[in-house]
Design a protein around this ligand. Structure first.
Ligand code: NAD
Ligand code: USQ
Length: 394
């Protein structure tokens, strides 16, 4: 299959390009390197050193024996998107090319507007190009489990059978209650894609993905030039990735507030497995389907304690110390999302989260100096009420 990855220079995108190529697909990608700039703006860098695209591409060719065709450019530029589609004629498009950070979107009016414009306009351009150039292509769009928020009821995969005043309403869209301007940008794009499928007969899979963690996938082998980024700052470092970076420098692991927030999590290698299943089992023409993509639901403190245990086994003593919560979110709550669709397609979850954490810690121990050099970024100062003030340990 010819697969276009929008956002190919990113954490997931660079991994996915390798995973899909190793499976025999023909892959091409677009990126404008904005993730590199945002992390720099946060005063940070990737814990794992990453190469420039001009170094990544020859290393890719050497390992896989195939070119990765690459266009540098902004998905908000329709002319670029149209050119890429005309030249590559994809059978499938994986859209990862968005700003993925909740805290970044909460920093100021400009950041909120940037994140929403970037994410919504880029997505619109992709669906217009699909309509006009490749209407048979399948869009696999990364949404987020955070679109649903944390409601006090079970969360279905996108749709549920509603009932109001005794009347049934089958396949109603499950209500969205996102928790940041970023998460709302994902909701808006979900609605736009659903609409495009309805009026133009496009086909799409909207992936409500949980939080991803991990430093590597098998396809990378031991080639340093093929490694993907791993961030630990307050905006672009996600929970387990941050906790592992904290552990290797002996910094306390930092659940926010009471620390009983629950989320769906999955290792990077499972994310690759699930995205591949979605691509190789496309939706029908005109079908907009939703997959909830995660391995297991965990409580943030439970995860911190697991990392403490695994780190201890590697001779890294570390404590868990809660920080004031910079976000407005529930810290103790019900959380029970469904995730049958991918399991029905054959998803085999890793389940062995502690082994995955050990691999991460061993990889990150080699990057200790880089984390130490930027350790100031581990304590957040972006608060959901608009203040820019570092939170304290409680
Ligand atoms: P990432 O920031 O590493 O990757 C996104 C890539 O897209 C970056 O390389 C960036 O430069 C590029 N990009 C962004 N806007 C662009 C634009 N306008 N034009 C061209 N390129 C652009 O993020 P990621 O962690 O790989 O996440 C990928 C997707 O998956 C995002 O949509 C994110 O919301 C979603 N997601 C990620 C996670 C996670 O835990 N990492 C979880 C759920 C959902
Ligand atoms: N958290 C802590 N301590 C930390 C970091 C995070 O307690 O040091 C908590 C957060 O408060 C939150 C939870 O852990 O309750 C998850 O936070 P996160 O930063 O790991 O993830 P989040 O902001 O939700 O965003 C990430 C990705 C985003 C994706 C989302 C999936 O950055 O792209 O959409 O995970 S989900 O969380 O399911 O919405």
């Amino acid at each position: 299959m010819k697969i276009l990855i929008a956002g190919v220079d990113g954490y997931l995108g660079w991994s996915l390009a390798q995973h899909l190529t190793a499976r025999g697909h023909k892959v091409a990608g677009v990126d404008n390197f904005s993730r590199r700039v945002w992390v720099e703006e946060m005063g940070s860098w990737s814990a794992i050193p990453i190469c420039l695209m001009k170094e990544r591409l020859p290393a890719f060719k050497k390992r896989f024996g195939r070119e990765l065709r690459f266009w540098e450019g902004d998905l908000r530029d329709y002319d670029l998107v149209e050119r890429v589609f005309r030249e590559f004629q994809p059978d499938a498009v994986v859209h990862l090319g968005e700003c993925p950070s909740a805290p970044y979107s909460m920093m100021s009016a400009k950041h909120a507007a940037f994140v929403q414009t970037n994410n919504i306009v880029g997505t619109l351009n992709l669906i217009f190009a699909m309509r006009d150039i490749c209407p048979q292509a399948h869009l696999v769009k990364l949404g987020t489990m955070g679109e649903y928020g944390t409601p006090p009821v079970d969360i279905p995969e996108g749709f549920f059978d509603a009932e109001f005043r005794g009347k049934k309403y089958p396949k109603a869209v499950f209500p969205r209650q996102a928790g940041s301007w970023y998460h709302w940008s994902k909701v808006h794009s979900s609605n736009n894609i659903m609409f495009a499928c309805k009026i133009w007969g496009l086909r799409a899979t909207d992936i409500m993905q949980g939080v991803v963690f991990g430093t590597r996938i098998d396809a990378m082998g031991n080639d340093k030039q093929l490694l993907t980024r791993l961030d630990f700052d307050q905006a672009f470092g996600t929970a387990i990735n941050r906790f592992c970076c904290q552990a290797v420098i002996g910094h306390p692991l930092t659940p926010f507030g009471k620390g009983h927030q629950k989320r769906g999590f999955l290792p990077l290698r499972d994310s690759m497995q699930c995205l591949t299943l979605a691509l190789e089992n496309p939706s029908r023409n005109g079908e907009y389907r939703v997959f909830n993509q995660f391995e297991e639901v965990y409580d943030i403190t439970e995860l911190a304690l697991k990392i403490k245990k695994v780190a201890g086994g590697l001779g890294l003593p570390v404590e868990v110390r809660n920080l004031e919560n910079p976000r407005k979110e529930m810290e103790e709550h019900y959380y029970n999302p469904d995730h049958r669709h991918l399991l029905d397609l054959g998803y085999r979850p890793t389940h062995d989260i502690e082994t995955e954490m050990e691999v991460m810690l061993l990889d990150l121990m080699k990057c200790r100096d880089r984390i130490e050099a930027k350790k100031d970024v581990l304590i957040p100062d972006v608060q959901w009420d608009g203040r820019r003030e570092k939170v304290r340990f409680v």
